[in-house]
Design a protein around this ligand. Structure first.
Ligand code: GCU
Length: 715
């Protein structure tokens, strides 16, 4: 057995033993006795007496200005949070005393006409310390009921993070109206690319009898402003449309409704045929249109606040309109028209590509697919269709440029699809906080018509004044007590939602919120965890795939282990084109696949010339010899060696950094996370050695620092 494999085996065994030892011990503690895991960042841990004193003057009553399911939730959440964090026993009803006043702006105005009201859109909220009927009170106003609930969560978050709210006057509104998560759950209970246990919705081909976890998930989502959830895999099972299944789905909608989260379904376009109702699913066949209308009407009878559909078509074996020579717009619109009278929407995925590409043809390029398929259709989609575009043109790799399609649709709604579940970024077994990566994509300036046109503004419909837009995050939480298989990975779910609410938040601000809410306010804990999270993406990138080379993982297998040759010589199109002389995909207009030509001219000018292409994306755009000198002054091959060695070393340092928190983090949680870092350190060495040895054998150029073969043997 090779040394890297020994290391790995030892790490895996250690990790499993620790897991076994911990099983059965419930993670309690910093929360003062409540199980912390399922509550994630909503632990409402009791504040130290000193800190709690700041909030002594908060009202003792809560008054809700109209009755509704969501306001009722808001009231209960407020009462619970105040009691758990501060020991305040808040009573419902005003009794002419100081109150938390919960209602819409119009209602607040009626009761307190002297208050100068802000402008507030749907889902927005206003937190204001104010006098009501002569008493020091606290207004939580919403643009709608959901906004009030979001306001309550914001107030409780402020308290948990020990912020000063005595003079608060805060208006906050979401950047974009549609903030959804997608779950890739199958009806048998498995989750495609899920690393946190089985589905919280389905088991054995049915909706689970016990939907407690679904309700808890609704609470988590609402607390960070998520207002929609697609509950089944995009590789969709048509059985969700069976008459006997819809009442089951209704039960999930019922579990989410108190939290203001609408459910939606992934739809298999061939459902009219697959279910045996028709002999066709041609979107232009009137019988097919009638089938969708009837089915949608049936769903809305059971679920009046149903959100709509997410659709993956003509992709990775999924049926699509190409079967009948129809366009993606034909397919999207037939379903959108059925949803339109009910206020539903279609998130139509741009992830349409041919996975049988001829790899021998150097002009073929999977990265081109989304733009080639959808740009020509711009303007042909109905107003309630949103094109859901993955952040990069390939598939959630550790480093990709943004998809040029964001700049390629001017008359069509867009949403950005981000992957919270860490399919290609360590599968929640390794730390990789993705917010810094997502921020780079959202802030990227497309320079359309040489104007400032960042991706975030494009997906929110702000640039071309389109009707709607949004964010979709592939979350894939499961039944594991901590939802995602790793407590630290939850920062990605939290971070996705916070960016969907406000993409201008910094990664630092987001992680600071999450750490305080999850681990408490001990400055050492906050500083240490924030810093580890913020560096983790670059560290992971540096030992798994520097310079934008595309995936080095086992692409035909588990998408986790290093297996750089698996990308080549097949039709999946995740090629890095490494040979004896060089590496990288030539995507230039001049000599390559022409992909760069899909960007607006100002962006082309950055990527096309080698001289201006940023190092971190060099191999995504150019094929260069191993001796090519980077902007840093290093040769490409030496950079690859150094990056893998430095990355693996930094991953190893996580262990010591984490150990500084012993005694500051509750013991079971401390040990659990420590075991994860020990495991990651071993994995990083496996990656380092596999990739460095592979590229050494290909290139024949040794490491200048002579490290190869010293710490590990040749394969
Ligand atoms: C990736 C992933 C698949 C998923 C697909 C998609 O290719 O590996 O599991 O179905 O993306 O986004 O549709």
């Amino acid at each position: 057995m090779k040394s890297a494999q020994y290391i790995r085996l030892a790490c895996v065994l250690g990790f499993l033993l620790l897991q076994a030892a911990l099983a059965g011990t419930k993670a309690l503690a910093e929360s003062g006795g409540t199980p912390i895991d399922t509550e994630a960042w909503l632990r409402y841990a009791p504040l130290e007496a000193d800190s709690a004193r700041k909030y002594a003057q908060l009202p003792s009553r809560v008054e809700v200005l109209h009755e509704s399911l969501v306001l009722d939730t808001a009231q209960k959440e407020l009462i619970q949070g105040m009691s758990r964090m501060l020991g305040h026993n808040i009573q419902a009803g005003s009794e002419g005393k100081d109150v938390f006043l919960l209602g819409t702006l119009a209602e607040i105005h009626k009761l307190v006409p002297e208050l100068k009201l802000p402008r507030l859109g749907a889902d927005g909220y206003w937190l204001k310390a104010a006098k009501v009927r002569g008493y020091d009170s606290f207004v939580i106003a919403g643009g709608n009921d959901r906004g009030v609930l979001y306001g309550v969560f914001a107030l409780l978050s402020n308290i948990a993070r020990e912020q000063d709210i005595s003079k608060i006057d805060e208006v906050d509104e979401p950047y974009t109206p549609l903030r959804w998560v997608n779950q890739w759950d199958n009806l048998d209970g498995n989750i495609e690319r899920g690393y946190g246990g089985p589905s919280i919705f389905f088991a054995d081909g049915k909706v689970r009898d016990d939907l407690t976890r679904a309700g808890q998930y609704g609470r988590l989502l609402a607390s960070v402003g998520i207002n929609g959830c697609t509950i089944n895999n995009v590789n969709a099972d048509p059985r969700v449309f069976r008459d006997d299944f819809i009442p089951q789905i209704k039960r999930i909608a019922d579990a989410f409704r108190p939290w203001g989260v609408r459910i939606s379904l992934s739809a298999d376009l061939s459902a009219p045929k697959a279910l045996g109702d028709l002999d066709s699913f041609d979107p232009l066949d009137p019988r097919v249109a009638a089938w969708w209308k009837k089915k949608v009407d049936e769903i809305y009878r059971e679920i009046p606040d149903f959100g709509g559909f997410t659709i993956k078509a003509d992709s990775e074996g999924q049926p699509g309109p190409s079967t009948y020579g129809r366009t993606q717009a034909d397919a999207a619109n037939v379903i959108a028209r059925a949803l339109q009278p009910h206020g539903g929407v279609v998130f139509y995925r741009a992830f349409v590509y041919n996975h049988h590409l001829d790899w021998r043809n150097l002009k073929n390029d999977r990265a081109r697919a989304a733009y080639d398929n959808f740009h020509p259709l711009d303007g042909q989609f109905d107003d309630n269709v949103i094109i859901q575009i993955k952040n990069g043109p390939i598939d959630f790799q550790v480093r990709e440029p943004v998809s040029p399609l964001f700049a390629g649709l001017h008359k069509t709604n867009e949403a950005i699809e981000l992957q919270i579940t860490q399919e290609y970024t360590g599968q929640q077994r390794q730390l990789c906080f993705l917010v810094p990566m997502w921020k780079e994509a959202l802030d990227f300036d497309m320079r359309i018509d040489d104007q400032h046109t960042p991706v975030k503004a494009l997906v929110a419909g702000r640039v071309f004044h389109r009707p709607t837009g949004g964010f979709a995050g592939v979350a894939n939480v499961g039944m594991d007590a901590n939802w995602m298989g790793s407590p630290l990975a939850l920062a990605n779910l939290y971070g996705f939602a916070r960016l969907a609410w406000d993409p201008d938040l910094s990664a630092q601000a987001i992680i600071e919120e999450w750490t305080r809410l999850t681990f408490g306010n001990d400055p050492l804990v906050v500083r240490t965890i924030d810093s580890m999270q913020l560096r983790s993406w670059h560290i992971y990138e540096s030992y798994t795939g520097p310079l934008g080379a595309g995936t080095m993982t086992n692409i035909t297998g588990n998408h986790y282990d290093p297996a750089p040759e698996s990308s080549e010589r097949n039709g999946w199109g995740q090629w890095h084109r490494a040979d004896h002389d060089g590496i990288g995909m030539d995507r230039t207009v001049a000599t390559g696949t022409g992909f760069i030509g899909q960007y607006p001219p100002a962006v082309q000018k950055i990527y096309e010339p080698l001289a201006s292409c940023p190092d971190e994306l060099l191999l995504f755009f150019h094929h260069v010899p191993y001796t090519h000198v980077l902007h840093s002054g290093k040769t490409l091959i030496q950079h690859i060696y150094d990056s893998h060695y430095e990355g693996a070393e930094q991953a190893g340092e996580f262990i010591e950094q984490w150990k500084t928190l012993r005694g500051h983090v509750e013991e079971a949680r401390y040990s659990d996370i420590l075991a994860r870092f020990e495991y990651q350190a071993g994995e990083a060495i496996v990656w380092r050695d596999t990739i460095c040895n592979w590229i050494y054998q290909l290139s024949g150029i040794p490491d200048q620092k002579g490290r190869l073969g010293k710490e590990s043997r040749q394969p």
